[in-house]
Write a protein that binds this ligand. Structure first.
Ligand code: GLY
Length: 356
């Protein structure tokens, strides 16, 4: 492993609460074939909201599907789900109450990619991203151009703002400040989860390796809650929110997109795997890099740590998988020969003092 001392990394990992027993959780069963390791079973991983996605993707992989078909079909279930307010239909809107979606796809065997950003009125941006990859000579279409492209391919426009998402947005707008003319809502109109959800952001990432060892990934999101119209996060940017190198591995991210845009983080996870780090080690090493690069005082807490969280998910060419976050929070989903299961995400730090 050039440039990075594995022993040092593991010593630091143990100090931060990430012991060797946790790392060894993510070693899969692999078969030796003609002198090199090859997966003997497909592997799918996804973010904490990816239970349906990994199950659907595995069903398709077991039937012989291409890994990109499998992961897109998996995340489509979450894009269609109005109860997931961070992705697709039912996603939290921008500051004007308009849902704008970002997504990217990347296919390992062809090293091809497609993406859309700030796409309105189409619930499955990952399907449109795939068409950008397959039916244009481009990688990224945005805004009105992306919508026209989707309509040209027969996508139906619809209002993606559900009543639940509208109420969360309205609560945010009415409580934003006390110097405008919007008055706070009467307490009885604040439904149980509205106040809590105002401070959250999410996304779904899903990547897979089929039993031939081919990789693919997808990341799709409604982006930062109440964002400035036109804001684009990391999810549709190849290398930031998603990256696949069929010779090395696949990685993707959820969390504060701006940190990944400034560090090209998913690309970096794959590059660390190329240098010999396990998927978990690679994810945590990138978290460390983001923490080191976070210098703006408004983004730091009293102890000099980031005020935000970013999470990574990765699979390497051996079919090993892992995840890592700046702060140890939440879970991710994996489905391999041992079946579907939810595992804790190791963190560079145990807990954060602030949310953003
Ligand atoms: N990671 C999703 C976003 O920041 O938009």
């Amino acid at each position: 492993m050039s440039g990075l001392k594995r022993r040092d990394f593991l010593r630091k990992a143990t100090v931060t609460g990430l012991g060797l027993p946790l790392l060894s959780l993510f070693r899969p069963v692999v078969a030796r074939s003609r002198g090199r390791f090859q997966p003997d079973h497909p592997v799918v991983i996804s973010s904490g909201n990816g239970e349906q996605a990994v199950k659907k993707a595995m069903e398709l992989l077991q039937g012989g599907s291409d890994p990109l078909d499998a992961v897109i079909a998996g995340v489509n279930l979450v894009e269609d789900d109005p109860n997931d307010i961070t992705v697709g239909y039912g996603g939290i809107p921008n500051e004007e109450g308009v849902v704008q979606l970002d997504a990217s796809v990347m296919h390992g065997p062809t090293h091809n990619a497609g993406a859309v950003a700030a796409l309105e009125n189409i619930r499955n941006p990952s399907k449109v991203a795939r068409l950008v990859m397959e039916r244009t000579d481009h990688v990224l279409l945005v805004g009105e151009g992306a919508l026209k492209f989707a309509k040209a391919h027969g996508f139906r426009e619809e209002n993606l703002l559900t009543e639940r998402a509208r109420k969360i947005w309205l609560y945010w707008k009415e409580t934003l400040n006390d110097r405008d003319d919007w008055l706070p809502p009467p307490p009885k109109e604040i439904e149980g989860d509205v106040r809590r959800l105002v401070e959250t952001h999410g996304t779904i990432h899903c990547c897979a390796m089929d039993s031939r060892g081919d990789l693919a990934g997808v990341t799709t999101t409604s982006g930062l809650f109440f964002k400035i119209p036109g804001r684009v996060g990391d999810s549709p940017i190849i290398g930031a929110g998603l990256y696949v190198d069929n010779a090395v591995g696949a990685a993707g991210s959820t969390g504060r997109g701006e940190a990944n845009l400034k560090n090209l983080s998913s690309f970096m996870v794959v590059e660390y795997m190329r240098r010999g780090l396990s998927p978990t080690e690679a994810c945590l090493e990138v978290c460390k890099r983001i923490a080191e690069h976070t210098k703006l005082p408004r983004l730091l807490d009293e102890s000099g740590r980031p005020r935000f969280n970013v999470k990574f998910y990765a699979i390497n060419k051996k079919g090993e998988f892992g995840a890592g976050a700046i702060y140890q929070e939440g879970h991710f989903w994996v489905y391999d020969r041992q079946g579907p299961r939810k595992l804790p995400i190791p963190g560079l730090y145990k807990r954060r003092m602030h949310r953003k």
